[in-house]
Design a binder for this molecule. Structure first.
Ligand code: PNS
Length: 162
């Protein structure tokens, strides 16, 4: 079975992430979304919340029926091995993403060249979208409709007491 992993902090998952995951799910027989536990970015949402948002998005979208979600707290390449994945799927929004993604892809390739990193170009409508921008807009009460799922909107209302 052709399996890919799609890793990230997902703090929280955005419509842009879901677009990349959906396109990965079309290309592979199974996609395992890997939620990195010990992100250094001091997440707004707990690990359970970040996973819960992804689980509910999967349940609501029939195009994600071959997608699973799991946390990891290890090297990404080891997470990929555990799932017998042959590929890592990442989204690329702008040239500014490239340098960091290029470095990670090279490191991962050095660790195991049999696992290919595949980049999916962000759909134009999500090319500007990031979890950090959404967090900032939500914090100041701006409209984030369409940028995240309803569950994530609810999560923001709870955290920011909106
Ligand atoms: O959503 P993010 O924060 O850009 O995701 C970054 C992530 C989780 C994909 C990256 O930090 C990662 O792969 N971490 C796992 C540890 C690892 O393997 N590091 C070496 C790759 S350079």
């Amino acid at each position: 079975m052709k399996v890919a992993v799609c890793p990230g902090s997902f703090d929280p998952i955005t419509s842009g992430h879901l677009d990349v995951i959906e396109r990965g799910a079309y290309l592979f027989e199974k996609v395992v979304v890997g939620v990195f536990e010990k992100t250094e970015k001091n997440p707004l949402f707990s690990l359970d919340e970040r996973i819960g948002f992804i689980e509910s998005a999967i349940k609501e979208n029939s195009k994600l029926s071959n997608v699973e979600v799991e946390s990891f707290n290890s090297l990404l390449i080891d997470f990929a091995h555990r799932h017998k994945a042959c590929a890592i799927i990442k989204g690329l929004r702008a040239v500014s993403d490239f340098e960091h993604e290029f470095q990670m892809a090279q490191f991962n390739r050095k660790l195991d060249k049999s696992i290919e990193t595949i980049f999916v170009m962000a759909s134009p409508k999500y090319a500007y979208l990031s979890s950090s921008a959404v967090k900032e807009i939500a914090k100041f009460g701006g409209c984030i409709e369409g940028l995240v799922t309803k569950e994530v909107e609810k999560g923001f209302r709870k955290v920011f007491k909106l």
